[in-house]
Design a protein around this ligand. Sequence first.
Ligand SMILES: N[C@@H](CCC[C@H](N)C(=O)O)C(=O)O
Length: 293
Amino acid sequence: MPFDLRFTKGQGTGNDFVLFSDPEGENELSPTQIAAVCDRHYGVGADGVIRAVRSQNLDDGAAALAADPRAVWFMDYWNADGTVSEMCGNGIRVFVRYLLDQGLAELHPGAEIAIGTRAGVRLVTRTATGFQVDLGPWRLAGGEPLVRAKQLPVARPGLGIDVGNPHVVVALADDDELEGLDLAYSPILDPEPEAGANIEFVVPAEPLVEDGVGRIRMRVHERGSGETLSCGTGAVASALAVRHWAGASAPNDWRVQVPGGVLGVRMFEAADGEHVALAGPAELVFDGVLTLA
Ligand SMILES: N[C@@H](CCC[C@H](N)C(=O)O)C(=O)O
């Protein structure tokens, strides 16, 4: 039975999403419907779909509420191919902008909002130009899979990093190598992690550190979405990887240039270990109605 999906299109550094509100958790889209919505020729076009559900109305939301009763909203995130992901760093900023715009939540200056996600509860605050999200503790995922990509002459070792979702970061020699990559083709990981991974290619700026801030450029091939203009968790994983390679003197503040803009990354100590935060813009672009079969 066809139905009308009322949605809002949003983006953060060019990583774009279709957002819709389903407080009672009654309108989960099928993977086929999500792929149809995200199709850039026959649908709205987006890198992912985000459903706003009250945490109390989702199984995954119950865990979020148990962890933090303030997490009344759950970010139900889906990639463009209809697969699910645990976390989206650009998406969660756009999600908060959407909740505020729809009058579903409030966020006063200096306050924080708790959002339920499959990676756990994440805290979001306002910044002068957008939002910052504390992505919580991170970890080296173990192993250094070889990465093959089109136009990369030889396979390179990647570093596995988990920031709630899985990433493999690969260092390239220079901007020419970065620009020359053809990410219309999916890079190949050897060994391929069972759950797949988002793959980031990074190049240090010259100099790497300026005024105490590390600077890198990044392109990404996202699990479930292909090449995107930006990936927030990918920017975080990339800064963590480059700091890891650079050694003890490397800074904790990073500026990550992606094709769609610039993101800020900061590592800091918290009660449960080192956390990593992501800052960047979040915009709503237009509202619409799509009839779905
Ligand atoms: N673009 C997002 C990440 C979205 C999920 C990712 N494709 C995955 O499957 O883990 C971001 O900004 O972090």
